[in-house]
Design a protein around this ligand. Sequence first.
Ligand code: GLU
Length: 469
Amino acid sequence: MRTRFAPSPTGFMHIGNLRTAIFEYVLAKKYQGDFILRIEDTDQARKVEGAVEFIYKTLELCGFQIDEGPLNPQKYGPYIQSERLDLYKKYALELVEKGKAYYCFCTEEELENMRQKCALRNKPFAYDGRCSKLSAEKIQENLAKGIPYVIRQKMPKTGYTVVNDVIYGEIKIDNSILDDQILLKSDGFPTYNFANVIDDHLMAITHVIRGKEYLDQTAKYNLLYEAFEWEKPTYIHVAMVLGEDGTKLSKRNGDASFMDLYEEGYLPEAIVNYLSLLGWSPANNVEVFSLAELIANFDEKRISKSSSQYDVKKLQWFNHQYIQKMSDEEYLTWVKKYFTHDCEKPAEWVDKLLLIYKKQLEYGAQINDLTREFLEEKYEPNAECLEFMKSDPIIPQVVACFKEEIANIDWTVTNLNQAINNVKEKVGVKGKLLYMPIRIATSGIMHGPELADTIYLIGEDKVKERLNK
Ligand code: GLU
């Protein structure tokens, strides 16, 4: 089993690309196979500076070990397409020899004419095949003159081509709709449609996982494999991941990229876990699992045929679960990377503050919003709080009793918890009627983290002063 992740460095890897990489990685690892990284940079015009580094960083942070790739080349290298141009040319010429491809010397003007003719008939552009009829002498003459050329694949005009896909089954494509596509461009670069076949074969890729948008194209790839008499890989086409607004994700539009999420304090493990469930589900229905568990339970046959939708709320839920799994020490080291408030309190106090929000935190940078009110030390119960305080005659008793209970205690969380418990016993209230009056009276807000922890951190003097108010 050899799978490959073959991103084009045309922007910052969005989560849909990463989802494909996850499937490729876990499939290879499930069968103790190899995971190969190949950079598909044949479209030089769309290349984006820095995109390759982003790809490496993303895969590394996700914990994927790349068995072969540009940074650790093995015998199948180079792993960057722009470094393989000689190979594509060699194979394109071999196809010409076999009569499965031909030189095309058409000028931009001729092609434009063809385009217009197709448009008049309301048809998508298809090359009319005129250069496939050139005589051997004419071809030699043109080549000798140095006329620029492309190499086109010669498609059968009748019959159909079968594509077998693990998810979508057997698909028959009518050959008459297949265009004599370009394999090698006049600048010597291959098209994606050609390079992917050459590379998948030469790199001994056994399983190709890629977006469903390539499914129809696969007939053309199969014809190439057949022309070379090469064994085809197993195809696994996966349905799209749509953005939050239900439209196609795009690197260029800056849709959620792994690195953006990482920088906001989403944990790679949580991201991988969540993304693996976009368009796939394990037989045991377990939702939270490690990469190792995902590898063990991955079943490519359970990949869904329909597209899935990215939902940041759901990702936050997963991230929250992973935050809870951290030890307090790990959590503090991690969350401090995101905590940007200028705060003059002692370090120990800050640690306590960060810790009391652990149970609520959904992503790292959220810590700033959660702790803002606390740090501003405002005490301004809003109208809703004030209304609640007047909603039951027992509430003033709760507050008065709490005030008495804490009058002479040592200021510790345990004692504060004890005090709250005493109020419960003495006044005979529980739940909302117990906690909310104490919370509002001490902190001025209706909801927050653990009550005793909160009161402890506000501090004895301030709490007493507020209770008097
Ligand atoms: N370079 C292609 C892309 O980024 C890869 C498609 C494939 O995996 O074959 O969409």
